[in-house]
Write a protein that binds this ligand. Sequence first.
Ligand code: F0G
Length: 354
Amino acid sequence: MHSSSALIDIYRDYLPMSESTPVITLGEGNTPLVKAVNLPQQLGFPKLNLHFKLEGLNPTGSFKDRGMTLAISKAVEEGCRGVICASTGNTSASAAAFATKAGLPCFVLLPAGHVALGKLAQAILYGAKLISIDGNFDQALNLVKDVAEDCHLTIVNSINNYRLEGQKTAAFEVIEQLGKPPDYLFIPVGNAGNISAYWRGFKLWKNMGKAAMAPRMCGFEAAGAAAIVLKRPIAEPETKATAIRIGNPASWKEAEKAALESDGWIDSVTDDEIMDAYKLIARSEGIFCEPSSAAGVAGLIKHLKAGAVLTDSTVVAVLTGNGLKDPNAAMSAIKIDLNPIEATVEKVKLAIGI
Ligand code: F0G
């Protein structure tokens, strides 16, 4: 038993924590790893040993909380006066929540018109100062870098190394939950921080002898924002998966290294492939993730369709964010008739139709 339920306390020995680091926690981490039971069959690979890491069950609904608990705790330790970030939505929600808990002001720069409703609502309610900019995430991040120093604010994007250090705890949990490392990890790639963080975690436990091997890291960008795959920054990235609508990933090099060192790869998936996977995960497994989260599973399906045989492998797909973040995506993905019927037994039976 751990004496504290705070993630950074549980994994304190593997993190840059000092005696004087305060523990700012919202009860993050320890997210479920759930085995897929219907999806493998539906894909035509009934023996596929697939597990989902449900990161949408973190306190603010995304994996960002793992890194944010450490970034904000260190910011408090270092006596910072406030925090700032650029975000496609989830980072801003997480930063706003943890900053509030720590009593710090939080400023978030958001690409106007491209942030899912739930994320916006969170940042507003947690009390962050929202600054909507006429530009995309990459431009917002450049602005953050330009203003942070002058305003004496701490950047809590994943260019803040504490973010990735905190996020690497997800790899430890996966190993503990499976009882061993998986053979493959399928994961979405946006700013490329998360894939880099998982690799840090898997590599660390392998090097420390706590795990026999490390998985192949398989990352997936959206086709309209596939800078790493195309080997050039994308000036105007476009994808329905707004969380990964990023044209110049900050952790580009570390993510490439993760793929190379682990004998994995980074590829892209189209919006159609992402939205198909998004619906399939909900309808086969009862798991509601956000569209961007489905990019890893879309990548897995693409790989299987290309002829890969993963029957003897253990596969983990990371579902990075909660589907409730983006209700509009769900409503436009499935067309249904919501017109009310007469409130009678007869009409309801007719509607049920069985
Ligand atoms: N999935 C979700 C739900 C995300 O919010 C993000 C990134 C990613 C995947 C990609 O992770 O950037 O580490 O490669 N969201 C950031 C944000 C950019 O501002 O919330 P990554």
